[in-house]
Ligand binder design. Structure first.
Ligand code: 5RP
Length: 264
């Protein structure tokens, strides 16, 4: 691997081989999502615990302090909205010039395998890899399912993740699934990071699926709503950080979460 890409990946994936990314990119198709109405306020307290911040160029410019030392993973796909006809109809939205100008450490793009826009989103991924690799910028592929949340089976996620890696993604962000998640990570030759999904009922549920996903081969997480929609987002972020980087069990993470929430 060339020095530049290796250097950028090492800023995102820590020496223990793990990472915790903070996604606040939801507005690119959902508008002012609950608890993300003012992104700069959502980011503020959480940033010290994030190994990477997943955002669009608009949020970088408007809401991230320019002295921010947390690496930026720039979302560079979009073009659809939650009220439009098909969330899968995404294209590339951001040029390589912008990615470099805004000093992004990596970029992220969604792919929609099995949708009407499979070919369009997969060829966008391949083009993005072609544009970014000469500059040593790693591409993170997001295996998206739009509104079809029931698609999150090991078979589907393994298929999508493997295709993303074959097309040149350096990291794959995919969903966790309770059954056979190890088949997803084992079938993917690049690191897998777990996406969150809609907010769970309890914190323990989140700690349990994150812990299990890490045991089954994921190197980290990219959890948004389950962090910043929690009434105690900083304790949530810190408890998850301790599962990722300190191997806390779900029970220990729950105890830490409760202790931090009480002392806030
Ligand atoms: C939105 C994304 C998000 O980054 C991803 O879904 C993670 O956020 P959450 O944990 O809220 O699902 O790619 O398209």
């Amino acid at each position: 691997m060339d020095w530049g890409i290796e250097n950028r990946l090492s800023r995102l994936i820590k020496e223990d081989g793990r990472c915790q990314f903070l996604p606040i990119d939801h507005g690119y198709f959902q508008g002012p999502t609950s608890y993300l109405e003012k992104p700069s306020e959502t980011i503020k307290g959480l940033l010290p615990y994030a190994d990477g911040l997943f955002v669009t160029r608009g949020i970088v410019r408007s809401s991230v302090p320019p002295n921010c030392q947390t690496p930026i993973i720039m979302r560079v796909s979009g073009g659809t909205s939650i009220i439009g006809s098909d969330l899968a109809n995404e294209t590339l939205t951001t040029s390589i010039d912008e990615v470099i100008r805004l000093n992004a450490t990596a970029v992220g793009i969604s792919i929609f395998v099995g949708s009407d826009y499979e070919k369009q989103t997969l060829t966008s991924l391949a083009q993005l890899v072609n544009q970014c690799e000469p500059y040593g910028i790693p591409v993170m592929a997001v295996t998206a399912v739009g509104k079809e949340l029931e698609q999150r089976t090991a078979r589907y996620l393994a298929l999508s993740s493997r295709i993303a890696a074959e097309l040149g993604a350096r990291i794959v962000k995919t969903y966790y699934c309770p059954q056979d998640f190890e088949k997803v990570t084992e079938g993917c030759p690049v690191p897998v990071v777990i996406a969150g999904g809609p907010k769970c009922e309890t914190e323990l549920e989140v700690f349990e699926f994150v812990y299990d996903g890490i045991q089954k081969g994921a190197i980290g997480i990219n959890l948004g709503r389950n962090v910043w929609q929690n009434p105690h987002p900083v304790p949530m972020m810190r408890a998850l950080n301790n599962i990722i980087h300190k191997n806390l069990t779900p029970k220990e993470a729950q105890e830490l979460f409760e202790e931090l929430s009480r002392s806030q």
